[in-house]
Unconditional design. Structure first.
Ligand code: YSA
Length: 347
């Protein structure tokens, strides 16, 4: 029996050395180590018929042959894999033993997140979300909002003009300076009751500082119906502030002037940085203004064909970056657009 085992070993070694590819190796495995009819298994099966004194020695020898053949097989397979890789160009080699690369998972920019949160708050109060053009015409951005040419209020909105002139040789196209032009576009298309929020980019030709950018975002709100009053406007905006900032933040309303509302107000939240004591960010006032608002001017309603004796409107324009600064305690608006991944990954 021992000679038989030696014969199998010699045959297996020479056949394994001669195996050229994966198919040859697989055939070899079945022939010598196969679980059903492999040569080694057959020897082990025959042990039961052997005289008891021979059984132990042959069993041990057959097992050590099995271990030796398995080790030889592993070495051969490894060599075959290396050989296959060596034949490929460097770029297509895959080292399956390297740890995987974690895919980078994207996320929304903090300003997009904040804008969605603001729109979501108003959607749940029954406002419908719409969007409008960033390149506007003078009529919607100014004229229809009671800001005719030469009106001093045009100075509030330093404008990027598009290089285009109308038949009268006037500059008539611009990058919208606020989202308010969409008030007119919506009312031209829709009869009251109206309840919309408009979100998007706005552009102003002005110097940047800790609280001002030349490209920023606004969320405009407009509601027109019978009997809307300043109390509805204040109630809606208090609810918005409570949802975004929690019940503990202080809210301030003040009279303000916008030609397209009467009366006009602005709303501010107590400064997150100094708690209202006054600092660089709030320009020593203790407050950060987040929006302009008011009751839609009757002449704006009349211009779109609404009866201003029957309908009244409330409107507001929220600065999204200012809301994000207050929410997350960001002391400079410019961080949002510096594209520093260490900053952006925090949100
Ligand atoms: C007023 C009355 C309405 O019935 C409707 C809307 C408005 C708002 C008006 N359209 C407007 O744009 N007013 S605003 O010039 O005071 O800007 C509104 C908000 O945008 C500000 O309160 C501030 O939060 C933000 N903002 C203004 N200029 C900014 C700015 N945010 C960043 N950078 C700037 N340069």
């Amino acid at each position: 029996m021992q000679t038989n085992l030696e014969k199998i070993r010699a045959e297996a070694e020479s056949e394994l050395a001669a195996a050229k590819d994966a198919a040859d190796i697989e055939r070899w495995r079945n022939k010598f180590l196969g679980r059903k009819d492999g040569a080694v298994v057959q020897i082990l099966r025959g042990l039961a018929q052997m005289p008891i004194d021979e059984r132990k020695a042959v069993g041990e020898a057959a097992n050590s042959l099995k271990v030796a053949l398995e080790a030889a097989l592993a070495t051969k397979e490894d060599a075959a894999k290396r050989e296959a890789l060596a034949g490929q160009p460097e770029s297509s080699k895959v080292d399956v033993t390297l740890p995987g690369v974690q895919p980078a998972i994207g996320r929304y920019h903090p300003i997009t997140q904040t804008m969605r949160e603001i729109v979501g708050a108003f959607s749940s109060m029954g406002f419908q979300a719409v969007e409008g053009p960033e390149v506007e015409i003078d009529y919607y951005n100014f004229e229809a909002l009671n800001i005719p040419k030469g009106h001093p209020a045009r100075d509030m909105f330093d404008t990027f003009w598009v290089d285009y002139k109308n038949d009268k040789g006037e500059r008539a196209m611009l990058l919208r300076t606020h989202t308010s032009p969409m008030q007119i576009r919506v009312m031209e298309k829709q009869k009251p009751p109206v309840r919309v929020v408009v979100s998007g980019k706005v552009f102003r030709y002005e110097a940047t500082d800790a609280t001002h950018e030349s490209i920023f975002h606004q969320v405009e709100g407009l509601a027109v119906d019978d009997n809307l009053s300043l109390a509805d406007l204040k109630g809606t905006l208090y609810e918005f502030a409570r949802r975004l900032f929690g019940a503990d933040r202080k809210v301030r309303f003040r009279c303000d002037y916008f030609p397209f509302v009467e009366p006009g107000v602005d709303m501010a939240i107590d400064c997150f940085n100094c708690g209202g004591q006054g600092c660089r960010i709030c320009k020593e006032t203790g407050w950060l203004e987040i929006m302009g608002a008011g009751m839609v001017h009757p002449s704006v309603l009349e211009r779109v064909g609404y009866d201003s004796k029957q309908y009244t409107g409330l409107a507001f324009g929220i600065g999204v970056e200012r809301v994000a600064m207050l929410k997350y305690g960001i002391d400079d608006i410019r961080h949002f657009y510096a594209n520093d991944m260490r900053f952006l990954r925090q949100f």
